[in-house]
Design a protein. Structure first.
Length: 158
């Protein structure tokens, strides 16, 4: 029984950590309103004290435009799927451009956090976003202090 309770707590902790990443810089009260839940309950999810039911989990996923599999796994444990492999190759070959869509860019950066692929995405975005947005993208990608210059970003990957 301890193992089951431990696994449930780990799941709550992972969900909380991922929700904290998703809500960083957002007004938590407004997010809770958007989800049609009480702020106190949403704070319980943020701090790993509770886990939402299936219907609410689906609403949370729709709100943040993420898949539940991503939301309930540690960022570093995202499964390597054929789609993920194909996306990584498309990004490196310049056949995938998400620079004009901030939500898509954030989702993609989170999927490839701290990887060479994330650097390619940041290089695409460097000229398409303002400085504050770029700093947010760099942080979400798992890097710090990258210049907003595509050439310098890509030189760091070589």
């Amino acid at each position: 029984m301890l193992k089951r309770n431990q696994n449930q707590q780990e799941l709550r902790d992972v969900l909380g950590a991922n929700l904290r990443r998703l809500t960083k810089g957002l007004n938590v009260t407004q997010v809770a309103r958007d989800l049609d839940i009480h702020r106190t309950q949403f704070n319980r999810y943020l701090h790993g004290e509770s886990f939402p039911g299936p219907a609410l989990l689906a609403r949370i996923c729709r709100h943040f435009k993420v898949d539940a599999n991503i939301l309930i796994r540690p960022i570093d444990e995202t499964p390597e799927t054929p789609e993920r492999i194909a996306l990584r190759h498309a990004i490196k070959e310049g056949r995938f451009d998400c620079a004009g869509d901030l939500t898509l860019t954030l989702t993609t950066l989170r999927a490839f956090r701290s990887t060479e692929t994330a650097r390619f995405i940041l290089a695409q975005c460097a000229g398409a976003v303002n400085g504050c947005e770029f700093d947010l993208l760099v942080e979400e990608a798992g890097f710090s202090d990258l210049p907003q210059n595509p050439v310098l970003i890509l030189e760091a990957t070589l």
